[in-house]
Ligand binder design. Structure first.
Ligand code: UGA
Length: 588
């Protein structure tokens, strides 16, 4: 007889795994604290959109193989294996929020108190290396009063399901990873999968810490692979005749590279990649081994959606009052999920520039309404969305958009301009009939204005700025590099790896303006969300005493100067004005 399995947490991972197991005759008891979700599931309806799930779930509930409950004790007592499938969202500081994991561990532990037989607990949620051994295991042991491996088994079993493809990915995984705290629990999980799959996928049995890191490394590699394609796509755009689709097709044929996850676009989003990469970055820094490659991936991806804005501005000029149609809002096709979708960045940026937005998505309209409410116009279909628009941007590559013809746009738009952010249209066909620009397609027609942005400063190391005060004057430096040429800003630079912040500041200031710094007092850490949105670059605000005070070594006299507080130039090369104001405010 197949074992009965309980699931803690009914998001798309928990519910899809439970439903797929039930489809092959396993009994699943699904627990969640959300009563409404539990009721919906018991009616055979998934509480979210996931292709192919409804039919399987309806069948599983009808046959009684899958039931949902709000009673965790029943779920544990009536099963022999529990999968923990709760969410691990990000905290504001990008660390992961383990509240749901800790609650699930406590609830399971409490239920285990009453259990007289051995039980196996499987951590499927994405957790950072060591979490299972250092947090989950002791929590269960403490609340249950039992010990692993004697009374219960514990494994880490990461999932690699893609939203929108979760059923397929569950039924046909590339491999199974089992991170076991003891052999018996590994055997239990392996035998479950042996019974589930008619053809067993490759299996790797390993330590919990390896299993935890495999999941992060997997997501980090995939998102970096996409970012690589996006970076080359950006270069293509400057080269008439270049086309990223041909380039990725060609490099994808190299077996060492492979064709998947090379589709260029306006950046990646969703509930997994962004949070996992940020958590990995913070974790690695805490471990004393920063991962600059991951930080660069995050930073490049942060700016990628803004390419849509640059292109729109290059084609339309000032956006105030212009009507922009956004096609596709979900973070990818075949899902209604809008979490961390690039559409959010794009629409908010367009709104900030005064554009009027009409938007349409085949599945995510209810979520869009929640975010923007009346701030944007939500259309019921693509045709209505582009009606009267000055520019249309394809943000998500839903299949139905590929069916649109150039004439659909020319007949409806005020200004037939299409920005194809996901390469859904045939460039030849579209270019003949309207103004067509696309991510990764070289074109002579437009040249987006160079904008000072973090690309020029792409350095995953820490950035520091110092406020150097002398009486009621502060030191500013004139920039020599484009695009900030001849603009004033605070002195500062980057901390090299292995260098202390104090030394970096002294070094940079000496190099920049020939000034020797005696002592530095950390005043406060300052981080501008606008300029440093992904927080890899933090500005530290220092007050410093100068020694000698002579700007003797500067090559141009004008390149560094003390300014009286009331004479500070209104526009600085960087957004330092607020920082300077804060500094004097704090001093008072
Ligand atoms: C991702 C991983 O692919 C799963 O293996 C993993 O289990 C899951 O995260 C998770 O950690 O739970 P998911 O976020 O559902 O899955 O979606 P993906 O299909 O990976 O797409 C993520 C983002 O990358 C989307 O915004 C998508 O549009 C973008 N993408 C993907 C591209 O821009 N280009 C590509 O070639 C592929």
């Amino acid at each position: 007889m197949e074992p009965t399995i309980s699931f803690f947490g009914l998001g798309y991972v928990g519910l899809t795994t439970a439903t797929c197991l039930s489809s092959k005759g396993f009994k699943a008891i699904c627990y969640d604290i959300d009563k409404q979700k539990v009721n919906t599931i018991n009616q055979g309806k998934p509480p979210f959109y996931e292709p192919n799930l409804s039919k399987l779930l309806l069948k599983a509930t009808k046959t009684g193989l899958l039931t949902a409950t709000t009673n965790p004790t029943d779920a544990v007592l009536n099963s022999t294996i529990t999968f923990i499938t709760v969410g691990t969202p990000s905290n504001p500081d990008n660390t992961i929020d383990l509240t749901q994991i800790e609650n699930a561990a406590k609830t399971t532990g409490k239920a285990l108190q009453q259990k007289t037989t051995h039980h196996t607990i499987i951590v499927k949620s994405t957790v950072l290396p060591t979490t299972t051994q250092n947090i989950i295991k002791p929590t269960i042991e403490k609340t249950s009063g039992k010990r692993t491996p004697k009374d219960f088994g514990l494994c880490v079993n990461p999932e690699f399901l893609r939203e929108g493809n979760a059923v397929q990915d569950t039924l046909n995984p590339d491999r199974i990873i089992i991170g076991e705290t003891d052999k018996e629990s590994g055997d239990t999980l392996e035998s479950l999968y042996q019974n589930f799959y008619s053809k067993m996928p490759p299996i790797i049995r390993t330590t919990p810490v390896n299993a935890e890191l495999i999941k992060y490394a997997n997501n980090a590699f995939l998102s970096t692979k996409i970012t690589f394609a996006n970076s080359i796509a950006n270069l293509c755009q400057k080269l008439p005749g270049a086309d990223i689709t041909t380039i990725t097709k060609a490099i994808g044929l190299d077996k060492r590279i492979g064709p998947l996850f090379l589709n260029a676009g306006l950046g990646w989003g969703g509930s997994c990649f962004p949070k996992d990469l940020k958590a990995l970055s913070v974790f690695a820094k805490k471990m004393g081994t920063p991962l600059p490659l991951i930080d660069a991936t995050l930073l490049i991806n942060h700016y990628q959606p803004l390419r849509a804005i640059q292109l729109t501005e290059a084609l339309l000029g000032k956006l105030k009052g212009k009507k922009v149609a956004v096609l596709g809002l979900s973070f990818k096709p075949d899902t209604d999920d809008i979490r961390e979708a690039v559409s959010i960045r794009i629409i908010n940026e367009l709104l900030a520039k005064g554009a009027r937005i009409t938007a349409y998505d085949p599945a995510a309209m209810h979520n869009a309404k929640r975010i923007w409410n009346n701030k944007i116009e939500l259309s019921t279909n693509a045709y209505k969305c582009i009606q009267g628009a000055d520019c249309s941007i394809i943000v998500t590559e839903w299949k139905e958009f590929a069916g649109l013809e150039p004439e659909d746009f020319t007949a409806r738009m005020r200004n037939p301009i299409v920005i194809d952010g996901r390469r859904v249209f045939d460039p030849n066909k579209f270019s003949e009939k309207l103004t067509y620009v696309a991510i990764g397609l070289g074109t002579e027609r437009i040249d987006p204005l160079e904008q000072p942005d973090e690309y020029g400063w792409l350095n995953p190391a820490l950035s520091v700025n110092a406020i150097i005060q002398e009486k009621n004057r502060i030191l500013l430096v004139k920039r020599k590099n484009t695009p900030f040429k001849n603009q004033w800003s605070l002195p500062g630079g980057y901390v090299e790896y292995g260098e202390t912040v104090e030394n970096a500041l002294k070094r940079e200031i000496k190099e920049e303006c020939g000034l020797y710094i005696d002592s530095l007092n950390l005043l406060e850490v300052y981080s501008s969300p606008e300029r440093h949105p992904s927080k890899h670059v933090v500005t530290l605000c220092y007050s410093a005493n100068t020694s000698g005070g002579k700007l003797s070594k500067v090559d141009e006299v004008s390149s560094a100067r003390f300014f009286r507080i009331n004479e500070i130039p209104e526009t600085l090369a960087f957004d330092h004005t607020q920082m300077i104001n804060d500094f004097f405010h704090t001093k008072k």
